[in-house]
Design a protein. Structure first.
Lengths: 269, 287
């Protein structure tokens, strides 16, 4: 699997994950990142799932100034696999995941599938003098769930050392957080822009990294988008009301069983 | 790789560390227990505080994310709160328990740790039936009521436990029945972990042993992500005796891998018939 290396010492880089077919959030996120002066914008994978009209999102990812790496969903859709390989273990989670996946697979063009299948697995970039590794779930497993409450400092130290990097940026869980060592090395989960972060708001989130000399400064940025338009599209496409409820309330209604207790109790369901 | 090649699974990394903190010592003797725990079973004795700490520290240096305490019944350990704090200082912790020893004071202390610890803290309570009769037929008289009370107290103190259910009777094990039971005990987000029966220990006598065909083959292990599919590709279990590939095999002959965790982070044999259960069920003891 291809890994991209970009040695350009960027001052400001925007990172987002999990578009989940949310083309409106994608438009707003990229516009916001450009307005804030991002020199590079990276998508950390999982274009499809959950939302409507997958071709619109992939059209945008290919036409906007965004570079992409491959998530498990992109590998599955790109290679027409049987399921999304999201890593769920609960029957209800898998039920809804399969509805999303079958819809996305059936409605993604052959040309876009070819593009998704060819995406690189990881990228290594520079923010100032700092090495940043971009991946989907984790550098060692594309569908590993790195939650804040299950990512201890010892693991952060071990993974940065093993991967020979200063910062690891990932997504896959859909909730943004970061954990840093005292020397500034760390892991940042940039969250997802395809659905809210199970926080009771309609916003979605992305991350901006900036060179701050001795360390990389990170900021999580909320993005508002056209929830009504997206809900209408989802209804027209016959997607589950549970998904539409999540966009409108900001609370996850499905795929909850993978959440650790700490994160689960912060949500409504 | 021929069929007579030893079935070796590569070790990828240490994600999960299992600590058999009370060994095989338990306050009950379930009929399906695959390591035959009970009040008089001291095959694996309780781990000392220092040996737990040593294993945890090795785990940290190896990049461990998750720790699970099991036994036996972990809350029989006289220093359990100290062990919990040691673990939660180093990673996410889960405890497998029968829930019977959790009183209001202990539930309050556990709930406090759930709210304030640096990392996630889960309690998983075992129950093998959604009614007293179904459960106590397997786990023993009086167990259902005490376990339910433990669940209720934990939930009341904000630590909603996961229910662990061994799938002994498919007609009884529906998500709805156990979710309803949990809700009746004050759990607002019911979670159930299903566990297939491992046909060793007491379960071999209660149900049946393994059939000859129930074994992994070299062909199985050619699957690209075999080492991620089996939990022993990313975890180890430490008891007072030493280190084992998983919590299932601690009483099985020839499965002791070594004395210290650091010495056992290498490939292991997956030729035990219980390995077949994990493989076909896609089962991991972790959540």
């Amino acid at each position: 699997m291809q890994h991209v290396i970009d040695p350009t010492p960027y001052k400001k880089v925007a990172l987002f994950g999990g578009t989940y077919n949310n083309w409106s959030a994608l438009e707003h996120t990229v516009a916001d990142a450009l307005r804030r002066g991002a020199e590079a914008i990276w998508f950390l994978g999982d274009a499809g799932g959950f939302g409507p009209l997958p071709n619109r999102t992939v059209d945008l990812l290919r036409s906007l100034p965004v570079r992409s790496i491959q998530g498990n969903y992109d590998d599955s859709v790109g290679n027409s696999k049987e399921d999304c390989a999201c890593g769920y273990t609960d029957p209800r989670d898998n039920h809804f995941a399969q509805i999303s996946y079958d819809y996305t697979l059936a409605n993604t063009s052959t040309d876009h599938r070819t593009w998704l299948a060819a995406l690189p697995a990881q990228a290594r970039i520079q923010v100032g003098a700092h090495r940043v590794l971009l991946c989907h779930g984790s550098p060692r497993q594309v569908n590993e769930f790195l939650w804040e409450s299950t990512t201890p400092l010892g693991f952060v130290e071990w993974l940065c050392k093993t991967e020979k990097t200063d910062l690891i940026a990932c997504t896959h869980t859909g909730i943004h957080w970061e954990r840093r060592l005292e020397d500034g090395r760390g892991i940042i989960n940039v969250g997802a822009i395809g659905r809210p972060a199970n926080d009771g708001t309609q916003n979605v989130w992305y991350a901006m990294l900036e060179d701050a000399g001795d360390r990389v400064r990170s900021t999580f940025i909320p993005v508002a988008y056209d929830v009504t338009q997206m809900s209408d599209d989802m209804r027209r496409e016959g997607l589950p009301e549970e998904f539409i409820e999540t966009l409108n309330t900001g609370w996850w209604t499905t795929c909850l069983e993978v959440l650790p207790g700490r994160e689960r109790m912060r949500g409504q369901h | 790789m021929g069929e007579d090649t030893p079935l070796e699974l590569p070790f990828l990394y240490l994600d999960t560390l299992w600590l058999q903190v009370t060994g095989t010592v338990c306050n009950i003797a379930c009929l399906h227990c695959f390591i035959t725990c009970g009040p008089k079973n001291h095959t694996h004795t309780m781990m000392s505080t220092s040996s737990v700490e040593e294993a945890l520290d090795t785990g940290v240096s190896e990049g461990m994310r998750h720790v699970w305490f099991t036994g036996g019944e972990p809350f029989l350990h006289p220093d359990i709160l100290q062990l919990i704090d040691m673990a939660l200082d180093r990673g996410a912790l889960g405890i497998l328990t029968n829930g019977m020893l959790i009183d209001d004071a202990l539930a309050a202390q556990l709930g406090e740790r759930f709210r304030t610890a640096k990392y996630n803290f889960e309690i998983r309570v075992s129950l093998d039936g959604a009614t007293l009769e179904e459960n106590d037929n397997v786990r023993g008289r009086g167990v259902f009521d005490k376990a339910c009370e433990g669940i209720r107290l934990l939930a009341a103190h904000g630590l909603e436990p996961i229910l662990a259910v061994t799938t002994l009777d498919d007609s009884q094990v529906t998500q709805e029945r156990f979710a309803a039971l949990l809700r009746s005990l004050g759990v607002t987000r019911p979670r159930v972990k299903w566990i297939p029966p491992f046909r060793i220990g007491r379960e071999e006598r209660r149900g049946r042993g393994y059939e000859a065909w129930e074994t992994l083959t070299a062909h199985d292990l050619k699957e690209p992500e075999a080492a991620l599919k089996l939990q022993c590709g990313t975890s180890r279990t430490v008891t007072s005796q030493g280190v084992f590939p998983c919590p299932i095999l601690i009483n099985e002959p020839g499965r002791l891998m070594g004395g210290t965790l650091a010495d056992t982070l290498d490939s292991n044999r997956v030729d035990h018939q219980a390995c077949h259960t994990c493989w076909v069920e896609g089962f991991s003891c972790s959540t």
